[in-house]
Design a protein around this ligand. Structure first.
Ligand code: FNR
Length: 378
């Protein structure tokens, strides 16, 4: 309604309300390096495509005369309350698309009551992002370093800065064959030097002869073996438990046996995710594996979902197939690049409004009502 009313006054939205069209707008306006990094997938891009195709295989079957005029989409996941089961997923090096990067994202998220997950590869420090996020709800995503002192240092800073849940990403222990970045020899992390979390961390800097600002190449060479090529196993998870006082969620789960294993290891949740098709080319669409994983472990831990969410209908489908909440990726990053804090807000508000209308027009009042009975394979 607000958009239509503003239209009467001659004011149009700052850019499209169609999240599926955002990518084309960003392609025109972003520099090619950052655009390729955000949009690209692993290898041939088959998994990026598979993520979208998985949504197309399900259709919503609307119900009528159900009194769905007043809706309440709010929910709580692992002690975190949210206006709707939607969070901003962890995306690193956001300053490559907008100078304010994660600070703008943090402000937009807080203003909407939408939790954010901050990446270890953030281009602004943990403390700066926490300050921008203010009273907002925030989780911290860990790329698990090889150096235990660095791990403990990062975790204690995140805890002190008010991050409540730890999300450990398992699928990116090294970067995949990303042809867009390889063709352009584009390494986004170079731009994060000096402010990015790993580089700003005292334990990381202690291992360097000079400061990262004075010797960026040495810092990168120090960073690569610490954050990529890392060799972690299931039996190391207790280390994180020991050093993190709060819920722990494993991100990047696609196999039902790994989901069960996460439960056996006492984890509080998982994110069913293939990193937006950015890691294993030819991998299964993330939504395709959600139903069996949710059926296997949904009663003992929080099952979250990402990879391919673009519209309100996508959120409905993921919730109906067993997710407690979803994480957004590329769409809000396009919003950030196109309009900074306002751009993120525009994209997220549009998705929330789309979700609210889709839930209501399908005949439902709350997100807890959504189960596989609202969908048909189509
Ligand atoms: C990511 N993603 C990601 N995940 C993570 O755990 N830590 C990170 O630093 C990043 N960085 C990152 C950068 C960019 C540019 C993208 C697009 C993605 C993955 C992200 O959290 C999420 O899993 C996917 O983005 C979801 O897929 P869609 O919705 O983008 O298709």
């Amino acid at each position: 309604n607000e958009i239509y009313l503003q239209g009467l006054g001659g004011q149009l939205p700052i850019f499209t309300t169609d999240a599926t069209a955002l990518e084309a707008v960003a392609r025109e306006r972003f520099e090619s390096g950052p655009f390729g990094y955000v949009e690209g997938g692993a290898g041939s891009g088959a998994t990026v495509l598979a993520n979208r195709e998985a949504f197309d295989r399900w259709r919503i079957v609307p119900r009528m005369l159900t009194d769905a005029t007043q809706r309440d989409l709010s929910t709580t996941v692992l002690g975190t309350s949210m206006v709707a089961p939607v969070m901003l997923g962890p995306v690193g090096v956001q300053s490559i698309v907008h100078a304010d990067g994660e600070l703008a994202t943090a402000r937009a998220a807080a203003s909407l009551g939408v939790p954010m997950v901050l990446s270890t590869a953030s281009s602004h420090t943990i403390e700066e992002v926490a300050e921008s996020n203010g009273d907002g709800q925030r989780w911290f995503q860990l790329y698990w370093p090889n150096d235990n002192e660095v791990t403990v240092s990062i975790l204690s800073r995140a805890k002190a800065a008010g991050f409540s849940v730890l999300v450990v990403t398992l699928d990116t222990w090294t970067l995949a064959w990303r042809t867009r970045d390889l063709d352009g020899a584009y390494l986004p992390f170079i731009r994060g030097i000096g402010t990015a979390i790993p580089f700003s961390d005292p334990a990381f800097r202690a291992g360097l002869a000079a400061t990262p600002e004075d010797d960026p190449t040495a810092a990168i060479l120090h960073w690569i073996p610490m954050f990529t090529g890392t060799d972690k196993r299931w039996d190391q998870l207790p280390f994180l438990r020991e050093h993190w006082d709060g819920p722990i969620v494993l991100k990047g789960i696609q196999h039902v046996d790994d989901a069960r294993r996460a439960g056996d290891a006492g984890m509080d949740g998982i994110v069913v995710s293939n990193h937006g098709g950015r890691q294993v080319d030819g991998a299964v669409g993330s939504l395709d594996v959600l139903p069996e994983i949710a059926a296997a472990v949904g009663d003992r831990m929080a099952v979250l979902f990402d990879s391919g969410i673009r519209t309100g209908a996508d959120v409905v489908k993921a919730l109906a197939l067993g997710a407690r909440a979803v994480l957004l990726g590329r769409p809000y990053v396009y919003g950030l690049g196109l309009g900074g804090e306002d751009g993120v807000r525009h994209v997220v508000r549009s998705l929330l409004a789309d979700l609210d209308l889709t839930v209501g027009l399908s005949g439902h009042r709350t997100v807890t009502e959504l189960d596989s009975g609202v969908l048909r394979r189509g």
